[in-house]
Design a protein around this ligand. Structure first.
Ligand code: NAG
Ligand code: NAG
Ligand code: NAG
Ligand code: NAG
Length: 173
């Protein structure tokens, strides 16, 4: 089911740009309900030309968390228009249990070692992403994206309630 939904994405990413250089420009984290969760921090930091990292800490006020759905939307855009869109969703708790979705596994493997997320549900703690090196994520994902400017919108739902959006702006030059 989920794999079928991925097919348009694989068609979209079919143009492989071998010399691509992916740049993460900005990240924004939004919460919809501060009674449920708040961000202590969420930022990109450039240490030098080759080392840039992403750190975030989400403090969860209603623990434990038994369900989590992630909806992702990727839009290719210029300053005014959006050219192409791709979206999909994944049940995070199902994925963490069976690790069956190959695309999710690829993405998860890029950040899991820098997070405290590598375990099955429920979640009984705050969510931390600690100094995820962007160069490394770039090297894994850059060939999926044709040249251009993108917006990735990750929306998290819990008990079918919208909880948070993480917006990542990136450019493939
Ligand atoms: C960038 O910073 C990292 C961490 O401090 C360091 O290991 C690396 O050598 C630096 N790279 C350059 C090109 O200065
Ligand atoms: C993806 O977008 C389409 C069209 O906007 C929408 O009908 C569909 O429900 C979306 N799928 C997900 C998983 O958000
Ligand atoms: C998750 O943890 C398991 C057990 O410690 C480890 O074998 C696996 O490589 C980790 N997965 C990722 C994506 O980091
Ligand atoms: C991200 O997606 C959510 C849920 O659909 C939406 O409410 C929000 O406006 C989107 N944010 C951006 C920057 O597109």
């Amino acid at each position: 089911m989920l794999f079928l939904r991925m097919i348009p994405f694989f068609a979209f990413i079919g143009i492989i740009s071998i010399t691509a250089d992916l740049e993460f420009n900005n990240v924004n984290c939004f919460t919809y309900d501060k009674q449920f969760m708040e961000y202590e921090y969420c930022y990109l930091k450039a240490v030098n030309r080759t080392y840039k990292y992403l750190s975030l800490k989400a403090v969860l006020h209603k623990l434990p968390v038994y369900t989590a759905k992630v909806v992702f939307k990727i839009a290719k855009r210029d300053t005014r228009n959006i050219f192409e869109r791709f979206n999909g969703s994944i049940n995070a708790c199902t994925f963490l249990k069976d690790r069956k979705n190959p695309f999710a596994s690829l993405i998860f493997s890029t950040f899991a070692p820098f997070s405290n997320l590598n375990h099955t549900c429920p979640f009984n703690h705050d969510i931390i992403l600690d100094k995820l090196p962007i160069q490394y994520v770039n090297s894994v994902v850059k060939n999926f994206f044709p040249f251009g400017r993108y917006l990735l919108n990750l929306t998290f739902y819990n008990e079918n309630i919208l909880r948070t959006d993480i917006i990542v702006y990136f450019t493939n030059t």
